[in-house]
Design a protein. Sequence first.
Length: 201
Amino acid sequence: MTKLTWAGFITLVGALAACGGKQQAGGGGGGSGEDMSPMDQMMSDSMAVSDDDGSTFGPLEIGADWQTYVKVNTSPVTSETHGGRLVDTYVNQLGARAYLDEEAEIPIGTVLVKTSTEPDGSPGPLFVMAKKSPGFAPDQGDWYYAIQWANPPAAWAKKLGGPIYWRTPSKRAAYCVECHENYDRFLGGVPAPQRLPSLPE
Ligand code: HEC
């Protein structure tokens, strides 16, 4: 498997965007397929996958305490891979040190929550990853993935059928790893200029 650097991936996504999937100005807000970022396209496509136990909406089962985590970016990051949304990444105490050290192994029990803001300023989806014990999901590095969107704007709510909460092992959450498996440790990481330099004492 080729490992992509973050910058390399952005270039790739940029190239994809250049040849067709142009970003909708001010949007992604439920535009037609042509106008969507690859991420939004994948999210939309997941609606065609049949629902299952891991796709019923409800409160966060993992990561609900994210407001107590360490924020690992110093300013909001524009995430082309997550639909051009502005994102902040939070890591629980257990995993924060390893997350910031690219050489370190991520400890079991690490939880990452990425909050996002839509281009119009409304709250976007929450993205969750959790490192589980060996055997949980060996084909995806034993990572759990979830996307929860409690209040999607009208155009998205129509497309998604209301609020969503898709999490491993739901097939609707399967597209996350298709991209994350391209990265070392399955982590996209915070771009260096915006990465927290060291943990707060
Ligand atoms: C097209 C590629 C792509 C897809 C699809 C994708 N991600 Fe990501 N993800 C990234 C990249 C690149 C980063 C790091 C930069 C950023 O935050 O955008 C990242 C960062 C994250 C982070 C912060 C931790 C880290 O450093 O990796 C979480 C949590 C996350 N993604 C969850 C998800 C979930 C859950 C899904 C599926 C619903 C998903 N991602 C789908 C590429 C992707």
